[in-house]
Design a binder for this molecule. Structure first.
Ligand SMILES: [Zn+2]
Length: 398
């Protein structure tokens, strides 16, 4: 048993963030009377039992997280000041209406992450950071005939690496971003995997590329796909040249600040996003890939936005560590989980918090993150004084 608990090396705080949704589910189950007997005891590690769920239960479990998104706050406590905080926890699932829509939480998070990365790469913190570079853009699209080979996380990672290698060769040491989009804009359930590339170019460089360079890039893409196992015959073609001509690589560039910003924003939107959910759920293959299955976690936790060439790493849509860091930054101190007198973690609904505090007593530090401020009121002081007299009175008589 103890081993199970150690499976995740998450901190108390991270676990408490995730367990908000387990708490939500348990609450719902208590209401309709269908609660699992172990739910109460195991609530601090919902992940351990994941493997016992079948595919539909898994999808439901994920959906419950989206349905519980932003409904429950976790009580936190300042390590130094012992001040009380409440943080509403969001699910950051792509199929959540609030998190996975265009302009929703995931999109905002990706966009601010990208701008921060660019500031880092250009060593500039100027407000109009998009003025500081020009933007090259490539879109690498898989031929329809080969798409079925790219229906796994592993294959999509390979696709990613092919494109990364080509860009590294062609544009060495230019900070670049790759965004994976599995769907186009129009057909929400039609698998159309493409890698979008943004390359940050110094201002004043020639941005047009020679046809010969685009040809070379297409040839590299073709050869990478063939050595991955894609067969020319599947394209219905016979000679090599025609295979290269069949490659769909689109190049464009942008110098106007507003348009550059727009392009970064367009590429970083969640895809799949909330709009794709109905179509994805109807297709068994796409459902298993994007929502996970018993056999395979599929794309859950996949980094859709990644950096290279001077940038490092990628951007996780669900990053509890990062959320905790941000909360600590806006609180200005280290935080820990707050517990009630019985040692239970404090999970509170908005309605409960509203009963506990007046509006003035809650200071919103960032979206859904509140600090309880003590308001000095004459009445309050009097009341407190009265209480303590009562308490001491009890002690005196006993
Ligand atoms: Zn959500």
């Amino acid at each position: 048993m103890n081993k199970l608990w150690n499976v995740s090396r998450k901190t108390d705080l991270e676990t408490a963030f995730d367990d908000v949704f387990v708490h939500e589910e348990n609450e719902a189950q208590t209401v309709d009377g269908s609660g699992f007997p172990y739910a109460q005891d195991m609530s601090s590690d919902g992940g351990v039992f994941k493997h016992l769920l079948d595919d539909d239960e898994r999808v439901n479990d994920e959906m419950n997280k989206a349905l519980g998104c932003g409904k429950t706050a976790l009580g936190l406590e300042g390590v130094q000041t012992l001040k009380r905080y409440y943080k509403f926890i969001y699910c950051y699932r792509w199929f959540c209406r609030e998190c996975g829509s265009k302009g929703g939480r995931i999109h905002k998070k990706r966009m601010s992450g990208i701008l921060r990365k660019i500031e880092g790469a250009l060593e500039s913190q100027e407000k109009e950071i998009v003025d500081k570079f020009d933007l090259r853009q490539f879109v690498f699209t898989l031929p329809v005939q080969w798409r079925e080979r790219f229906l796994s996380r592993k294959a999509i990672n390979s696709f990613y690496r092919m494109v990364e290698r080509i860009i590294k060769e062609e544009f060495p040491s230019k900070p670049s971003i790759i965004y994976f989009h599995p769907f186009g804009d129009r057909q929400r359930g039609f698998y159309h995997p493409h890698m979008n590339v943004h390359i940050l170019e110094e201002k004043g460089q020639r941005l047009q590329i020679e046809p010969v360079q685009l040809e070379r890039i297409k040839a590299k893409f073709y050869r990478a796909l063939v050595s991955y196992g894609c067969r020319k015959e599947e394209l219905g073609l016979n000679d090599v040249r025609s295979g290269i001509n069949y490659m769909n690589v689109h190049y464009s560039f942008q110098t106007r600040p507003g348009m550059k910003y727009h392009r970064l924003k367009y590429m970083s939107r969640p895809n799949p996003g909330y709009l794709n959910y109905d179509a994805v759920k109807k297709d068994p293959v796409l459902k298993a890939l994007f929502l996970g299955s018993v056999k395979d976690k599929g794309m859950s936790g996949f980094m859709y936005v990644r950096y290279f060439n001077g940038f490092r790493g990628g951007l996780k849509d669900i990053d509890r560590k990062e959320e905790i860091r941000e909360a600590e930054n806006s609180a200005g101190e280290r935080l820990r989980v707050a517990r009630d007198r019985d040692g239970h973690i404090m999970y509170k609904k908005k309605s409960e918090i509203n009963l506990l505090y007046r509006e003035k007593e809650l200071e919103e530090l960032s979206e859904g993150f509140f600090r309880v401020v003590e308001i000095k009121r004459k009445k309050g002081r009097l009341k407190r004084g009265k209480d303590s007299r009562q308490v001491s009175g009890i002690y005196q008589t006993s």
